[in-house]
Write a protein that binds this ligand. Structure first.
Ligand SMILES: Nc1ncnc2c1ncn2[C@@H]1O[C@H](COP(=O)(O)OP(=O)(O)OP(=O)(O)O)[C@@H](O)[C@H]1O
Ligand SMILES: [Mg+2]
Length: 360
């Protein structure tokens, strides 16, 4: 996967931008608040069809404008693609892939694959299960379009069921139908999540060994809502559990069981990272997870994703930075930093200086 060119118009603090990227390391540098993360945000938008910072498209449009556009040229398995996104203040976004209008976000997701490393990633460890599910869902959705469709469908049915539960209509027949549907989709979702964690666990353990430079044992435990592996039995089991919970759910007024309540836990030497790990140990776990995610994506698509490192390197000590840079050799990486640092001396780096929404 390789980004060739990014064009922006009235996106955040960019009036216009037309930026070429090199195949290897691209360093975007500049003072605070100049627009470095805005570029990363724009690139990542093409991977996941949303901003990693805000929920509303409106917030991405330059202040006092009604419209923003983003355009990306990239290579996917040596085939060149063009994608365009138009964002509006007052209507839904438009997406084009190779000039053909997409009717849904799902037609964009999966074309351009990227893994983002950002300071906000600490929330994967520190925050609630929702953040960990988001990490999982983004990783799988980018390379398994069917998974994204299942998730969307699950959330739709869940919303309908929650509406019925909230209104307190004890019409059991309807809940039965929702439970049947939820159980069926949940079994598919768990199947994908299982595979994802089976793959990344040993890979992450190896990365962790190298980054942590210790014999600490890193472990990942996917806490699925069912403990069976057979898909048909899984569906039955989820359905039965949901049916058993009907009265309780009518009482609590929302659906309390299913894949929307799953979690994953990380351990070092048998102790939960969330509860005891230092900042540095948490950072190591996050790097480990993201590198493993990139390997998973490569395993599925045959191509290594583009790595977007927003403000990450400055946080690492010299040994870890060196390891990280050797690991990402021969891959396309887009890095942001406040100064050139040691990259200024490297011949393999494209330097991009940003000042007030402009490339200098
Ligand atoms: N919708 C918008 N319209 C115009 N400008 C905006 C908009 N949203 C954000 N900005 C401006 O973009 C700038 C922030 O850009 P960005 O987050 O990319 O900075 P940065 O270079 O990554 O800074 P740091 O080094 O602090 O992370 C701010 O000056 C902010 O005012
Ligand atoms: Mg920034």
């Amino acid at each position: 996967m390789q980004v060739l060119n990014l064009k922006l118009k009235d996106f955040r603090n960019y009036k216009t931008l037309n930026l070429d990227f090199a195949p290897g390391i691209n360093l975007i540098y500049g003072l605070n608040g100049q627009g470095k993360t805005n570029i990363v945000e724009a690139l990542y938008f093409f991977a996941v069809a949303k901003s990693h910072r805000v929920l509303k498209d409106k917030d991405l449009i330059m202040y006092d404008k009604n419209f923003a556009s983003l355009e990306l040229d990239f290579l996917n398995n040596d085939r060149q693609f063009n994608a365009k996104i138009n964002l509006f203040n007052d209507k839904n976004r438009e997406i084009f892939v190779n000039d053909i209008k997409a009717s849904k976000n799902s037609e964009l997701i999966g074309r351009f694959n990227a893994v983002l490393f950002s300071p906000e990633d600490f929330c994967i460890i520190k925050d609630g299960p929702g953040e960990r599910r988001r990490f999982t869902d983004i990783a799988i959705s980018q390379v398994k379009p069917n998974y994204f469709l299942k998730l969307t469908e699950y959330n739709k049915v869940l919303k309908m069921k929650n509406k019925v539960l909230k209104e307190g209509i004890s019409y059991a027949g309807m809940i039965d139908i929702y439970n049947e549907k939820l159980a069926e989709i949940a079994a598919d979702i768990i199947f994908y999540r299982n595979k994802f964690y089976e793959f990344i666990k040993p890979v992450a353990q190896e990365f962790h060994r190298q980054i942590a430079l210790s014999l600490d044992k890193f472990d990942i435990v996917y806490e699925s809502c069912v403990k069976i592996n057979d898909r048909k039995k899984m569906k039955e089991d989820i359905y039965n559990k949901l049916q058993d919970l009907q009265l309780k759910e009518l009482d609590e007024r929302f659906c309390i069981f299913g894949t929307h309540r799953e979690d994953v836990s990380f351990y070092i030497n048998g102790k939960k990272v969330k509860e005891f790990a230092s900042q540095g140990q948490q950072r190591t776990v996050i790097l480990t997870l993201k590198l493993a995610q990139a390997e998973y994506m490569k395993e599925i698509t045959g191509e290594y994703p583009v790595l977007l490192l927003d403000d990450i390197l400055s946080e690492l000590d010299a040994t870890r930075r060196k390891y990280f840079l050797s690991e990402i050799k021969n891959k396309q990486v887009i890095i942001t930093a406040t100064d050139k640092g040691s990259f200024g001396r490297r011949k393999d780096t494209k330097l991009i200086q940003i000042n007030d929404g402009k490339v200098i």
